[in-house]
Design a protein around this ligand. Structure first.
Ligand SMILES: *Cc1c(COP(=O)(O)O)cnc(C)c1O
Length: 371
């Protein structure tokens, strides 16, 4: 591909250390699911390895296998839905699995070798987990296999996009009740609940481990998380975006007033222009919908509006204001160029989605380069 993704290793380590400071006695489990949020699992792991994280979270057993192949010896927590037929492999790879329903718990109890167990409680997300009221029932079921039981966890539904954290506070209460019920029958589980947003703005959610995904890579979970942080701490936090996505100009051509640009003839030049064709489209992960907004890329530090529809592997941009732009010029799709920056949030916003989706959809074949 003519496109590349560059990762700033120093920024990544900086963000990781910020979170380590932020959670104090608790620990940070970097979340490397979805190809490390599109940044590249191998590359991100190679950066974090020197920080010796005690825990890493992934979604799939297969991602845990990859981390083991890369040489990671620490704890790997599979937060996604492991299924019964994966338990043996999870044990073999020394993974920690999260179990949140009766079916899988039964399979775990019947498995010849049981991977380490975390019980998940559904405190308000209605996705994975036992009801908090089932805590003592679950305790009774696993009592004979207590040695393989590690901890309990939950996941917040509504921290990112609000400044009122009442719902999360209620979730936290339910989680604490489940923990208390387990302690009452003699268990002493480790507790984990926080992801990026709650790690940032809900100190009471830190417990023993914070599962930090998006903000490890620099972006705030949402603008409102940033506002909440500012309100709470009265200071800014220096999170640094790790990823830069660039490509190069492959064609430069004049377009006369009246000519159409792209599929569907949605764009018609009202004056003579010059355009550049870029070898990036929705296959590579640039959302087609972004082409319908006031979207742009950066060339020579200047904004170049996207014109016409984004194609599968190409897009066209207006370079009329850059008379010296030529084939081979560097183009920034996400990242800084000169005084200007295009953030993942900008591109996601143009496409009416969130940066989580945009980043995790960056094509896995785009070369990732550490700088
Ligand atoms: C993805 C995920 C996280 C990380 O969330 P961020 O908002 O990216 O920090 C934490 N916990 C669970 C269970 C997840 O699935």
């Amino acid at each position: 591909m003519l496109t590349q993704i560059q990762l700033n290793a120093e920024s990544m380590r900086h963000n990781y250390r910020l979170f380590c400071q932020l959670v104090g006695k608790s620990r940070v489990a970097p979340v490397l699911k979805s190809n490390a949020y599109g940044h590249g699992l191998k590359e991100v792991y190679s950066v974090l390895a020197s920080e010796l994280p005690e825990w890493i979270c992934v979604n799939y057993v297969a991602e845990g296998r990859l981390l083991r192949q890369l040489g990671y010896r620490g704890r790997i927590l599979v937060v996604g839905p492991a299924v019964a037929r994966e338990l043996t492999e999870a044990f073999g790879l020394d993974l920690d699995v999260v179990i949140g329903n009766e079916t899988l718990l039964t399979a775990w109890l019947q498995a010849p070798n049981r991977p380490r167990l975390h019980i998940k409680f559904d405190t308000g997300m209605s996705r994975q987990g036992f009801a908090p009221g089932e805590a003592s029932h679950v305790a009774a079921r696993i009592a004979a296999n207590k040695d393989r039981f590690v901890g309990i966890c939950t996941h917040f539904a509504n921290v990112e996009d609000v400044t009122d954290h009442g719902y999360a506070t209620k979730q936290l209460e339910l989680f604490n009740q489940a923990a208390a019920a387990l302690r009452q029958v003699g268990f002493s589980p480790m507790l984990h609940a926080a992801s990026s947003a709650s790690a940032l703005i809900m100190g009471q959610s830190h417990f023993d481990l914070a599962r930090v995904g998006i903000s490890l890579y620099g972006p705030w979970p949402s603008p409102l998380t940033r506002v909440s942080y500012l309100q709470l701490k009265n200071q800014v936090l220096d999170l640094r975006p790790v990823l830069t996505w660039t490509t190069e100009v492959t064609t430069v051509k004049p377009v006369s007033a009246g000519q159409f640009i792209g599929y569907g003839c949605t764009f018609r030049a009202i004056r003579d222009m010059r355009i550049a064709v870029l070898p990036v489209g929705y296959f590579e992960g640039y959302p087609r919908l972004a082409g319908e907004a006031a979207s742009y890329v950066l060339i020579q530090g200047a904004r170049c509006p996207i014109v016409g529809r984004i194609c599968m592997n190409m897009m066209m941009v207006d370079i009329s204001h850059l008379p010296h732009c030529q084939v081979g010029d560097r183009v920034t799709l996400i990242g800084a160029d000169g005084q200007d920056v295009v953030s993942a949030q900008d591109v996601a916003g143009w496409a009416k989605t969130i940066h989580y989706e945009l980043l995790t959809r960056l094509h896995g074949d785009i070369p990732r380069q550490l700088i």
